[in-house]
Design a protein around this ligand. Structure first.
Ligand code: C5P
Length: 458
């Protein structure tokens, strides 16, 4: 028993395989997971093929080859073991590496899952790295990707940094020289690519009065501090390139601004993870921006390109990924504006909106998360949309925040229960979950989720 034993068993199963098929999810954690296993298994001189699936569901299962390879499911699989059985997969030909809630089935599939051992802040990429480390094939590249996967899956959010086994992987990355840690850095997105004032204006955790959602205010704030916002060459400066004293000056002024407005300062700073071997001013320089680039690839159906970037392609794949990132950011912004303009329907414990077929099902969850930061954070948000390839089904994405989780909200369990009631299926995490439900059940579904959320908060 124990996670270490499961990791050992998994590593032996991979070592004993003649060839391996790695199936993983299309988000940043899934893509880094796929890339970690791909590179690690290749390092062990075993033939490996990667496939990326939107979700492990009956239609997508057809993409799992019926051959003699060992099938490794990573970042999904634990909650879909019935599908593996239905697909005719035997115990010996499967390995599951996952961090989602597990399902009980008759076949005792070998599984490495962090959840039963109480590691709630460890993503699938982290687990994949641990298996590769056990196989003796981990290196700095793999540690870096595991950090991206962990951060991309919001494992650093609650504690403003990674903890437990995920933090040990950071230490590995530091020893390899591929990861640099900044212990008390600004808790802001875009520190390597965005002009500092834009970066500050996007900061909404904590909400900084006069600066959050106010680019002009952020620029004036920097001017008052005497911080020059452009380089000698006229380029906008980015946070990562600010001098140490300038950073301290900005952080101390932000602290005063928060205190003056009666806001807490505990989330202003967080530990950040930089990748010194990557080019400056690119999204690959730090963990959250790297993760967004991968999400952009995956959510626009090109997870394979994201995987190539993870496997060090800085040529064609990287320029494709850059284009997808730009497009991704534009569409997410449009979706957020749409949600805010159209307005959500508010129930007692839930706010929701059906976006029809305006936005792809693969990105509505991201839009939901971003819109929530501008709406009533006490009510979890649910976005529904149509699926292009299945007119009978609706995709559901829900998001909440850490404060509501502390008050008992658990979106995974809410969607699992509510979708089962209407013959659908759902899952995910406490903070972010999704489901597929029949179109006919749409109306009753929202009130059923609302009822469950009400029960959870009492
Ligand atoms: O699709 P979305 O980004 O909203 O998914 C949020 C989380 O819910 C992800 O971790 C995803 O794997 C999970 N999910 C699930 N079952 C579904 C849909 C999503 O476990 N049917």
């Amino acid at each position: 028993m124990g996670l270490d034993n499961d990791i050992r068993a998994a590593s032996e199963r991979i070592y004993n395989a003649d060839s391996v098929t790695v199936a993983s999810h299309i988000d940043a954690d899934g893509i880094t997971s796929g890339a970690i296993l791909r590179q690690g298994i290749q390092n062990a001189r075993i033939t490996v093929k990667s496939i990326f699936l939107r979700q492990l569901e009956p239609m997508q299962m057809k993409k799992i080859p019926k051959d003699n390879s060992l099938k490794v499911f990573i970042d999904f699989g634990a909650g879909q073991q019935n599908l593996l059985e239905e697909h005719g997969l035997g115990e010996e030909e499967v390995l599951i590496i996952d961090h989602h809630v597990s399902q009980n089935v008759d076949t005792p599939y070998l599984q490495v899952n962090s959840l039963p051992y109480g590691h709630e802040k460890l993503s699938a990429a982290g687990l994949g790295y641990m298996v590769m480390k056990e196989m003796g094939v981990a290196d700095g590249e793999l540690a870096k990707l595991a950090v991206v996967g962990n951060v991309g899956d919001m494992m650093a959010r609650e504690h403003c940094g990674l903890i437990g086994p995920a933090r040990e992987i950071v230490d590995d990355g530091v020893s390899f020289g591929s990861v640099k840690v900044v212990k008390y850095d600004l808790n802001c997105y875009g520190i390597s690519t965005r002009p500092v004032h834009t970066c500050l204006s996007y900061c909404d955790d904590p909400y900084i009065p006069g600066i959050t959602n106010n680019i002009q205010g952020a620029q004036e704030f920097l001017e008052k501090l005497g911080i020059t916002s452009r380089t000698d060459g006229g380029q906008w400066r980015v946070w990562e390139e600010m001098e140490h004293d300038e950073r301290r000056c900005i952080i101390s002024a932000l602290t005063q601004q928060l205190i003056a407005n009666g806001e807490g300062t505990d989330r202003l700073l967080s530990e950040t993870y930089l990748f010194p071997e990557e080019n400056r001013r690119t999204p690959l320089r730090n963990a959250p921006e790297y993760a967004t680039m991968l999400n952009a690839c995956g959510r626009w159906a090109r997870a394979d390109i994201g995987c190539k970037v993870c496997c060090n392609d800085r040529g064609l794949a990287y320029s494709e990924a850059e284009k997808m990132l730009q497009n991704h950011k534009n569409v997410i912004r449009q979706m957020m504006e749409y949600i805010l303009d159209a307005g959500v329907t508010e129930l007692s414990h839930l706010q929701y909106l059906h976006v029809g077929n305006r936005f792809p099902d693969t990105i509505v969850g991201i839009g939901a998360g971003m819109a929530l930061s501008k709406l009533n954070w006490r009510k979890p948000i649910m976005i529904l949309c149509y699926l292009p390839d299945d007119p009978e089904l609706i995709k559901v994405s829900m998001r909440t925040n850490d404060r509501m989780i502390k008050e008992g909200i658990d979106l995974q369990s809410a969607l699992l229960t509510a979708s089962r009631e209407v013959g659908g299926e759902g899952g995910g995490h406490k903070i972010a979950a999704g489901a597929y439900i029949p179109k006919s059940a749409e109306k009753e579904f929202a009130s059923s989720v609302n009822r469950i959320l009400e029960e959870q908060s009492t």
